[in-house]
Design a protein around this ligand. Sequence first.
Ligand code: FAD
Length: 281
Amino acid sequence: MKPAPFAYRRPETLEAALEALAGESGAKVLAGGQSLVPLLSMRLAAPTVLVDVNRLPGLDEVSVTDDEVRVGALVRHADLLVDERARAVQPLLAMALAHVAHATIRNRGTTVGSIVHADAAAEMPTVLALLGGSVEVASLRGRRTIAAGDLFAGPLESTLAADELALAAAFPVLRPGEGVGFAEIARRHGDYALCGVAGVVRLEEGRAAEARLGYLSVNDVPTVVDVTGLDAEAAAERALERLEPADDVHATAAYRAQLVRVLTKRVLAAATDHARGRADG
Ligand code: FAD
């Protein structure tokens, strides 16, 4: 199938991009195209105008401060994956990105595009939600910052307005005492996960003072569960109270629930080991 007809704009400045987005209802941002183009081809999306943002200056940078890793809207998954400064201060980024699709898709797809696309089966929305990050957006009306907790509205639905362009995503750095872990099960490497878990554990005097887990591919939106003070089994049961594993063509609900149990245990152990290793190292 071919996409429905659309107009194509490729602005060279942010101002022109925002004008193009505001100018017509039915305009859509085109970043890496790795989600949008398949949707166009299947006619599951039919924007009247595509606003290609790939020529906008200054959006392809990763910057690291004491507090956060700021990822510009045109940073490709592949570039963030190999960014040593980002990996050093927030290793969960690389841990999760290694599971995002295949190398060819990572070369083109953007991390910010993935977050705005808000697919609950994608890795980076859950990582942003777990870490309590945010997205900076701009429109002709001004700029605002959307906290991850306010970003994911439903399946494939974020709270950006139609005329807003995401400029960057900000991921908090690892704090003292924290360790992180990530695991997922997919039918083939590079496929979307049947279930995935990202975790952060903070140790104080060798004991877990805080533990949070983020689940992907189980609910309609990335889901973060506080499991502080719980052992792995209780943590999985707490998570399952918040999750609604469902049957689909890839897995039964019961199998997904079992993956929640197995991966919860694995990620809690990995994040705790990581925190211990940092404390010892
Ligand atoms: P696009 O496709 O260009 O855009 C996606 C949506 O976000 C569109 O609605 C667009 O308007 C909007 N958008 C994008 N950027 C902005 C912005 N800056 N401001 C406002 N709106 C914006 N992803 C995973 O996470 N895990 C996987 O396992 C995985 N597997 C894949 C397998 C295949 C075969 C394919 C084709 C894709 C897969 N992906 C996977 C998706 C991939 O990660 C995409 O790169 C990502 O979802 C979207 O990023 P993009 O830059 O390509 O965005």
